[in-house]
Design a protein around this ligand. Structure first.
Ligand SMILES: [Zn+2]
Length: 111
């Protein structure tokens, strides 16, 4: 899980610096015709980067919360029913908060 957190942190850094360069490029091209195709491409990429950054930050929060549960000795325990979360599920989703049956009942939540 530490490796997953590290790669999430590097991903956020990479996305942030890419987003900064896209914003700079958008600022540079703002004097041009606003209908120029490059500006549109940049706007689309900017939107995608922002969405990806949001998802990565949520993921990092979930991972940090999982580390907090490790510290408190509640890691691997379902937050809803208090039962154990299966090892297969923790392998697939290290930051899982719910056991598989609670998660199935609450399919709107990914974790
Ligand atoms: Zn449960």
């Amino acid at each position: 899980m530490t490796a997953e957190r590290d790669s999430t942190v590097s991903l956020i850094e990479a996305l942030s610096s890419r987003l900064r360069s896209v914003i700079d490029a958008t600022a540079d091209s703002s004097s041009d015709d606003e209908h120029d195709p490059e500006g549109t491409t940049l706007a689309v990429e900017r939107g995608q980067l922002v969405a990806q950054l949001d998802r990565s930050r949520v993921r990092l929060d979930e991972l940090d919360a999982a580390f907090g549960r490790l510290d408190h000795g509640t890691y691997g325990r379902c937050e809803r029913c208090g039962g154990p979360i299966g090892p297969e599920r923790l392998d697939a989703l290290p930051a899982a908060r719910l056991c598989i049956s609670c998660a199935a009942r609450d399919s709107a939540r990914r974790w």
